[in-house]
Design a protein around this ligand. Structure first.
Ligand SMILES: C=CC1=C(C)c2cc3[nH]c(cc4nc(cc5[nH]c(cc1n2)c(C)c5CCC(=O)O)C(CCC(=O)O)=C4C)c(C)c3C=C
Ligand SMILES: [Fe+2]
Ligand SMILES: [Fe+2]
Length: 340
């Protein structure tokens, strides 16, 4: 390329297409300051916490950030990938990225991942992709169900990065995939295989979605409906009765009312209703993380067994399994239509 350029002309890289997988983010370590830095960035996002800034700032800085980093750091320490010295969310997101890159090899596509909060930052990765010649970039927020608190803020961060670029790439965003038949099949197969491996037959299987304040639903966030639709479609895919696959919402934060039924309250109540064997999975997460591994697989199990349950099994997220990667690859190829 540069052979034909006049002297003093800046180098022009070969044109490529970029695919950027976006996820939430995670701390760099389990120590107080690493977790505090991450939580401060996360909980300062007005898409996540809609409380007016003048009220939220002192609550966050004087109360939450004094205590929560220690508590969360302890939780992260229990699930930390010690071999890689990294949080599972980042390890798995990297595996997904590498697997997708392999599947798209030979097409002049650059595949990267970035986080909304923490590292690698969305801006740094977009700048790297732009410098590598990506003049067209597909953003893929890895959240099956759309929410302003996740999908929208991930895209906002990417568009904010474009503001600083002289030569901006063309950008597309992939839609939420809560009803994508490939996603439903991947989830349905993972439930069927996960249940088949157990040494017991669950009375019910719980699909536990990350929660959000009810107020966000009332203001128009479609997340709630998309969660219920995912579970209905998976139930139909499996050909199961209505009562065999339940919906609950987990990870409550703060004193306001969140989407119901709550996962922890449900796990506490089920044994009293004669439901003593459960399997549970978390379809709103495409990668296992603190909210699935510590809160559900560990905490949820304790809650259920202490309430009188007999058997509890956690079915992992889709992660970088072949079924998951088949779905991500098909979605990316579809959304790249006309560019490839
Ligand atoms: C405070 C409000 C929150 C809303 C609304 C919310 C929505 C939401 N989050 C996810 C996915 C993830 N959340 C994760 C962690 C996490 N989430 C909140 C708060 C809200 N999330 C907090 C305070 C935390 C940190 C946990 C802690 O430190 O105690 C993660 C895990 C990150 C990791 O490092 O492992 C994910 C993923 C979805 C899908 C969602 C949708 C409504
Ligand atoms: Fe969250
Ligand atoms: Fe709804």
């Amino acid at each position: 390329m540069s052979a034909h350029l006049p002297p003093n002309h800046p180098p022009v890289p070969k044109q490529k297409i970029g695919v950027l997988l976006l996820n939430l983010g995670t701390p760099d370590g389990t120590d107080y300051w690493s977790v505090r830095r991450y939580l401060k960035e996360f909980l300062s996002d007005p898409r996540v916490i809609e409380t007016p800034k003048w009220l939220w700032w002192p609550i966050l800085n004087f109360i939450i950030l004094s205590f929560r980093p220690q508590k969360s750091g302890h939780a992260y320490a229990q699930i930390w990938d010690k071999e890689k010295d990294e949080s599972p969310l980042r390890v798995i997101t990297r595996e997904q990225t590498e697997s997708l890159a392999q599947r798209l090899e030979g097409e002049d596509i650059v595949v990267e991942f970035a986080m909304r909060y923490g590292n690698p930052s969305t801006r740094s990765v977009l700048e790297k992709m732009q410098a590598a010649g990506c003049q067209k970039i597909l953003l893929v927020p890895l959240y099956p169900q759309y929410s302003a608190t996740t999908t929208a803020t991930a895209n906002d961060k990417a568009f904010e990065a474009l503001k600083h670029m002289r030569w901006q790439p063309a950008v597309r965003t992939a839609p939420a995939y809560f009803e994508d038949p490939d996603y439903i099949a991947a989830l349905g197969n993972s439930i069927r295989d996960g249940v088949a491996k157990l040494d017991f037959e669950p009375d019910v299987v719980i699909t536990s979605y990350h929660g959000m304040p009810v107020e966000y639903l009332q203001k128009g966030d479609p997340y709630h409906c998309q969660c219920f639709k995912t579970t209905r479609l998976v139930r139909e895919y499996l050909g199961w009765d209505k009562d065999r696959l339940m919906v609950t919402f987990q990870s409550r934060f703060g004193p306001t009312e969140w989407l119901k039924p709550y996962t922890d309250k449900t796990l506490e109540a089920l044994p009293g209703k004669g439901i003593k064997k459960v399997a549970i999975l978390a379809p709103a997460f495409h990668a296992d993380c603190i909210e699935t591994l510590e809160e559900i697989a560990m905490g949820g199990k304790d809650t259920f067994l202490e309430a009188g349950g007999d058997k509890f099994a956690y079915i992992p997220c889709l992660n970088a399994s072949p079924g998951s990667m088949d779905q991500i690859e098909a979605m990316v190829r579809r959304e790249l239509g006309g560019w490839l």
